[in-house]
Write a protein that binds this ligand. Structure first.
Ligand SMILES: Cc1cc2nc3c(=O)[nH]c(=O)nc-3n(C[C@H](O)[C@H](O)[C@H](O)COP(=O)(O)O)c2cc1C
Length: 400
């Protein structure tokens, strides 16, 4: 009773304010600033940070700035079709939501908000093994394509259980993450003491105190849990930092045979998330994967790893006619997507481009972020003299 009263008051007080602020967010950086003002520091830095010196994190976006688009004019561009088909899924725009962990920590609506926003824009929604909303719920509420991201656990029963949950919830694509054999060295998380769920310490209490709206929402909505894993972990003891999770639960012996076996067991569209070398791209084709996500996990794993956009041409030249190549990491603008498509990517995906918006304003925030990016892509296509994604090619891009 008191809880619902408190929530109503909070919603009335904050809604107008939130709507105005979200409408003022015109790009990813605006959302980043708003998210920073709303989140306790450990949570903001968990989203925002990368590994070691964050060189790869920065390069992921900078890579797009080393080349230029060459437009054509007088092309009759009143109608733009942004749709593309990737791994058998027709999506209305060539940018989809990468799977990211623990979204209810960022905003109490979590994956519910992101999946509904993705559906509204007719694009694919990816959910992580560390999702905080169950697969059955997503499966029964979302009609656009759904991707499940699988971490390969030592506990084979858990992997089987996740495949079963995905089949039952009618997921379309399985993405096996292959770039987290150990966790990256995320020094911001070490400094802030980030854990899942949040552990109360003196400094986190301070952080909650100065972000009361986030804290009230977090503590008055459904308790934090990991429904996809929950039957296989002892939730009472499940307070870990990410390093502990990856080391204690994931299987470091995972190899190409395991990936191939998993693809066969799954039997539907299958991709490897975190491919960076041509050799691995070719092996992905050999084991029958239908897609590869060229990615360095958003600069959160191997610092000093090449940026996906820098590596894209080599991979497309080697396997682009045999497998769908998706480019991911550092995307903050519509022109970034157009540049990756020009080099031969089938589609792009992104994490932070929607996560800041989720933290800033739940579903409404994510819708505004996707709407900004969609408008940019439409405007940019018109300025490029292109009416459909397949009009983009290497003829319209040059490196400096
Ligand atoms: C907060 C956060 C959590 C993430 N969690 C996962 C995860 O659980 N599984 C996964 O495969 N990738 C995860 N990623 C990586 C994303 O799927 C994606 O590779 C990355 O965000 C792309 O870079 P971008 O954020 O620059 O777009 C996460 C990324 C962020 C920012």
């Amino acid at each position: 009773m008191f809880k619902s009263f408190l929530l109503s008051v909070l919603e009335i007080l904050s809604l107008k304010n939130i709507f105005n602020k979200i409408n003022d967010c015109h790009n990813t950086e605006d959302f980043r600033k708003l998210a920073k003002s709303k989140l306790p520091a450990p949570i903001f830095h968990y989203i925002d940070g990368g590994a070691d010196d964050e060189i790869t994190l920065r390069r992921n976006t900078e890579a797009y700035e080393q080349c230029d688009l060459i437009p054509n004019v007088l092309a009759g561009v009143e109608n733009i079709d942004l749709s593309t088909t990737v791994m058998g899924q027709k999506i209305d725009m060539p940018l989809f939501c990468s799977p990211t962990a623990v979204q209810r920590l960022f905003h109490h609506e979590g994956e519910r908000a992101v999946s509904k926003a993705a559906e509204k824009f007719g694009t694919m929604f990816g959910i992580s093994s560390l999702g905080t909303v169950g697969l059955a719920e997503i499966g029964s509420t979302i009609n656009t394509p759904k991707m499940f991201q699988l971490y390969y656990h030592k506990d084979r029963g858990l992997t089987e259980s996740m495949l079963e949950q995905c089949h039952e919830a009618n997921f379309d694509v399985l993405a096996l993450t292959v770039d987290t054999i150990v966790t990256g060295n995320r020094e911001r998380d070490l400094r802030t003491g980030f854990t899942m769920p949040l552990r109360l310490s003196l400094s986190s209490l301070m952080s909650f105190a100065i972000h009361p709206t986030w804290a009230i929402n977090y503590f008055t909505h459904k308790k934090f849990d990991l429904p996809i894993l929950k039957d296989h972990i002892n939730e009472a003891n499940f307070v870990v930092n990410l390093g502990e999770y990856f080391t204690s639960m994931l299987d470091q012996s995972m190899n190409w045979n395991d990936a191939e076996e998993l693809r066969k067991k799954w039997g539907k569209e299958f991709c490897l998330k975190g491919i960076m070398s041509v050799e691995d791209a070719k092996r992905a084709v050999d084991i029958g994967a239908t897609g590869i996500i060229v990615s360095n996990h958003g600069g959160r794993q191997l610092d000093g790893s090449r940026a996906p956009f820098d590596q894209l041409s080599e991979i497309v030249d080697a396997v682009g006619d045999k497998i769908d190549v998706i480019c991911e990491g550092g995307i903050t603008r519509g022109t970034h997507v157009l540049k990756a498509l020009s080099l031969g990517a089938k589609a792009c995906s992104g994490g932070k481009m929607y996560l800041y918006a989720l933290a800033a304003g739940g579903q409404r925030g994510v819708e505004k972020a996707l709407s900004n990016l969609q408008s940019e892509m439409i405007r940019d296509m018109k300025l490029m003299g292109c009416t459909k994604v397949s009009d983009l090619s290497r003829n319209n891009i040059r490196f400096r």
